[in-house]
Design a protein around this ligand. Sequence first.
Ligand SMILES: [Zn+2]
Length: 90
Amino acid sequence: MVKCPYCGRPAMSLMRKSGFGPGRIINCQSCGEPVTTHSMGVFAAIPAFLGGLFALRSGSLPFGIAAVVAGVVAMGLIQTFLVPLVRSKT
Ligand SMILES: [Zn+2]
């Protein structure tokens, strides 16, 4: 899922992609063309949002923190493995 939509080679490392949020543009490390994440990347934030919501409502600090951490981890995993890279030029 880090395959460049232009050249088909890896555009960035998985570590780098995990922190690569929607709306950001990065240059492929293989060919230098600008790539961005698919707009479905915004949905990756849903688990983090739900985790925060649960934390507010749970009333228990340890459970709340665990929910937020789980949500953020889930967001990173979705962002890294499920959201494809697309061409930023149209
Ligand atoms: Zn490329």
